[in-house]
Write a protein that binds this ligand. Structure first.
Ligand SMILES: Cc1cc2nc3c(=O)[nH]c(=O)nc-3n(C[C@H](O)[C@H](O)[C@H](O)COP(=O)(O)O)c2cc1C
Length: 202
């Protein structure tokens, strides 16, 4: 073997690597995997925007994020739960596809809300709803919150707008960029079965 050849990845090492990058992304604000582009199927066509990665559950194959249930993406997901998430960092692109499970009025959303800090809760106090038309540039937040986090009691009003989206993954694609030649693997699973990998031309 040419000594410049990188060690050949295995399906197991690729899965270990990408799940640990995602887990780090959920934990560390400065990780490139802390946010992903979320693509939905809107009635008018594809729609993409960033979301922050809030939950990584390798066992169940779930990636979660938080959102406002008044947002357009929420309506899109109610209509069509098929989504894709795309990450890039450390020379690795991860494309994850699956179905969104929506949690607004249940114990999953309650627990996530309890764990959400006051500054993040502030986002859910906007009025009118995200996406509503304004006559001038504005945040939608009450003026006194422009420079301050809300008090715990005031933040409670945001709970009604807060929701958790859990994407149950069915396919993950890994692309590693390298001078010696890129590498690409696709993993698929049926239900909660094992991930089955295949190598692809990058
Ligand atoms: C880095 C970054 C992270 C974001 N994270 C979230 C998020 O976790 N949840 C969310 O609803 N919107 C998030 N947003 C805002 C969305 O990208 C989007 O602009 C907003 O939610 C409205 O999207 P919609 O009209 O498709 O619902 C984020 C934006 C950026 C730039």
């Amino acid at each position: 073997m040419d000594s410049r050849e990188p060690p050949s990845p295995t399906f197991a090492s690729v899965l270990d690597g990408l799940w640990s990058q995602l887990a780090e992304g959920q934990r560390l604000r400065h990780s490139p995997f802390h946010q992903a582009v979320l693509a939905t199927c809107a009635a008018r066509g594809p729609s993409a925007r960033y979301v922050v990665l809030r939950q990584v559950d390798r066992e169940r194959g779930i990636l979660g994020f938080h959102t406002d249930r008044r947002s357009e993406k929420w309506t899109e997901l109610e209509r069509d739960p098929r989504v894709a998430l795309c990450f890039f960092g450390q020379n690795v692109q991860v494309r994850a596809e699956g179905r969104a499970a929506l949690h607004a009025d249940d114990a999953i959303a309650d627990l996530a809300w309890q764990r959400t800090g006051l500054m993040s809760r502030r986002c859910y106090l906007a009025h009118p709803a995200p996406g509503a038309r304004l006559d001038a540039p504005g945040s939608g937040l009450p003026a006194h919150l422009a420079k301050h986090r809300p008090e715990e009691a005031e933040s409670a009003a945001g709970r009604a707008n807060f929701a958790v989206v859990q994407v149950v993954l069915q396919q993950i694609e890994w692309l590693h960029l390298a001078f010696e030649g890129h590498r690409r693997a696709r993993f698929q699973r049926v239900g909660q079965g094992p991930w089955r990998g295949e190598w692809r031309v990058p």
